[in-house]
Ligand binder design. Structure first.
Ligand SMILES: [Zn+2]
Length: 116
């Protein structure tokens, strides 16, 4: 399972933040997860609950916002959003090239924490 280290690193960020700011309890975590991620929300929450057991993060709700996939054409530098559910070959809308660099859509970011 390759997902666990990803969730673990997000969990570590929460813990570091909580420790640095003398937070008593984290009640919710706002996450930004790229659309390309095949991690289901409920699995992220499940892993997180597992890691959080017995810590001040225990019981925190994860609020997951999906970040759309955006790529930039290697040829003409056009940036555009890709609908990954389409399942078609991706082409640059401007020059029809098929080589791209990722702009967003693969990230796992802790956006903010709700604490008491
Ligand atoms: Zn292009």
């Amino acid at each position: 399972m390759h997902e666990l280290p990803i969730v673990k690193s997000m969990f570590d960020i929460c813990m570091r933040h909580a420790t640095a700011n003398s937070v008593k309890k984290i009640i919710a975590v706002n996450l930004k997860v790229g659309e390309v991620s095949d991690l289901q929300d409920e699995w992220i929450q499940r892993y997180f609950d597992f890691l959080a057991r017995g810590t001040i993060v225990e019981g925190a709700r994860l609020k997951i916002e999906r970040v759309p996939l955006v790529v930039r054409c290697q040829k003409c530098s056009e940036s555009f959003a890709v609908d990954i559910r389409q399942g078609k070959t991706v082409e640059c809308p401007k020059c029809q090239a098929t080589e791209f660099a990722y702009v967003s859509g693969r990230e796992y970011t802790v956006d903010s924490l709700e604490v008491v």
